[in-house]
Design a protein. Structure first.
Length: 170
């Protein structure tokens, strides 16, 4: 309705979703108590909105002739991003923080007895909000970059949407 009535490009909605997602990820990175509940709802809504907006925007901008191939690339973006963020960035930062905490426990658990209370063969486990706060900060920053890129697309496609819906440019 808003797109047809005001001739706003769909990337405006994508940009709005990116801002909400950046806020939610930043909120989680702060590590405040109970933030996981708010973040779960906001991130779920943002992903759902993104999956509803992007295919429609792609079909409007590039047409339906090659929509199948473009949609396949869109669906490939989710697992590729998951591999990069979960498999490389988040796991690397988590392992680094867990190793730092493990070394700190070994150094501070001796209690002057000469024998550490923590065994060196313990599994590396990270405790606290520090484990994922840097990862969420990075993802929040990338959402801000996505917002900027979406606004560039908005600026470049405003005439296309004005022609599609017959509204004059403001």
């Amino acid at each position: 309705m808003i797109i047809r009535y005001y001739a706003y490009p769909r990337p405006v909605a994508m940009a709005a979703v990116q801002v909400v997602m950046a806020f939610a990820l930043f909120f989680y990175a702060m590590g405040w108590p109970g933030s996981i509940y708010v973040v779960s709802v906001l991130i779920g809504l943002c992903y759902g909105a993104h999956w509803a907006i992007v295919p429609a925007a792609v079909s409007e901008l590039f047409g339906l002739k090659s929509f199948g191939a473009l949609y396949n690339f869109l669906t490939l973006a989710s697992p590729a991003g998951s591999l990069i963020f979960s498999g490389v960035i988040a796991s690397g930062i988590y392992d680094y923080q867990a190793k730092q905490q493990h070394e700190h426990r070994i150094q501070s658990s001796g209690l002057g007895l000469g024998v550490p209370l923590v065994v060196k063969d313990d599994f590396l486990t990270c405790y606290g909000s520090i484990c994922y706060s840097l990862t969420m900060g990075i993802m929040s920053g990338l959402c801000i970059i996505a917002f900027i890129l979406s606004m560039i697309v908005v600026h470049r496609t405003k005439r296309v949407y004005a022609q599609l819906y017959g509204k004059p440019l403001a």
